[in-house]
Design a protein around this ligand. Structure first.
Ligand code: AMP
Length: 284
């Protein structure tokens, strides 16, 4: 496994591999790796001749300076974990290597970025689209792996690939959870032991919503979720939405659709967490 920090070196290495007919899988991450990331990596190693993992805490996608500053950075431990997956290249650039000058690029994703994460984190998806476009240009992977945990991000990347005509297959990997159901996240590392215990209530609230989909109105499901979380110490619900899994727009009537995405963001203490469940309505 080779660690690359310079854009030009990564570009030349990838070009040579492509010329030799190798298939390239790409897994972009912000590091502080956990089993969720590692499963994406293993999927890429299985599907492709060569796998590249980027580790870069991208400043342009953080709308909260404290969140950027406090985001866990554990490069040495990440390298050791990646060695166990069969990953071939780690791309770990400095912010200066990626942004030698201030970028003026602006992406717009219309209604897709006016809900949930887009609404709550202004500029977030512009930063995501900027960094992913830059990485796609340099790596030019055949397949790129993203987690369903960030469902709206997957929808944004799908539009980015379509809009800019990237010749890349998007793979959406299911959310990997702790044994109690909490979605794995690098931000979980910032939770105290007590907060970690209550954090599972996000998943429990989603399960509660799922169990009511067949019988209750959207309004009463939303009330039930809010009331469930109100009873949990240090938990502050930011949003809970019942949305179309592809467009992320609110679902007008549950009876008219085959699938819904139950999406949530909540603070547990100072840490903002997100989670979702995609539910096939014929299975509830
Ligand atoms: P991050 O480092 O948080 O930017 O995540 C890098 C990639 O890993 C993104 O595509 C995430 O959606 C994905 N990911 C993060 N957590 C999980 C998880 N628990 N299960 C599956 N994929 C995940």
């Amino acid at each position: 496994m080779q660690v690359i920090t310079q854009v030009s070196e990564l570009r030349e290495t990838m070009q040579a591999l492509r010329c030799n007919g190798k298939s390239i899988g790409f897994v972009p991450t912000m590091g502080a790796l956990h089993e969720g990331h590692l499963q994406l990596l293993r999927a890429s190693v299985k599907d492709n001749d060569v796998t590249v993992c980027s580790i870069f805490v991208n400043p342009t996608q953080f709308n909260n300076p404290d969140d950027y500053k406090l985001y866990p950075r554990t490069l040495e431990a990440d390298i050791a974990l990646l060695q166990t997956t069969g990953c071939d290249f780690i791309f770990a650039p400095s912010p200066e290597a990626i942004y030698p000058q201030h970028t003026m690029l602006q992406f717009s994703f219309g209604a897709l970025e006016q809900v949930m994460e887009g609404e709550q984190r202004p500029g977030h998806f512009n930063g995501v689209a900027t960094i992913v476009s830059k990485f796609f240009n340099v790596v030019q992977p055949h397949k790129a792996y993203f987690g369903q945990k960030d469902l709206q991000q997957v929808a944004v990347i799908r539009q980015l690939i379509l809009g800019l005509g990237f010749d890349i297959e998007l793979v959406c990997y299911p959310t990997v959870r702790e044994t109690d159901g909490l979605a794995m996240s690098s931000r979980n590392k910032r939770l105290t032991a007590e907060q970690r215990e209550t954090a599972v209530s996000l998943h429990e609230a989603l399960q509660l919503a799922k169990s009511q989909l067949k019988y209750e109105s959207q309004e009463s499901i939303k009330t039930a979720v809010a009331e469930y979380l109100q009873g949990k110490p240090e938990v502050q619900l930011e949003y809970f939405e019942i949305a179309d899994p592809l467009t992320l727009q609110p679902v007008q009537s549950i009876t008219d659709v085959k699938e819904v995405a139950l999406c949530m963001a909540a603070y547990v203490g100072p840490v903002r967490l997100i989670d979702n469940l995609v539910v096939n309505l014929s299975e509830v």
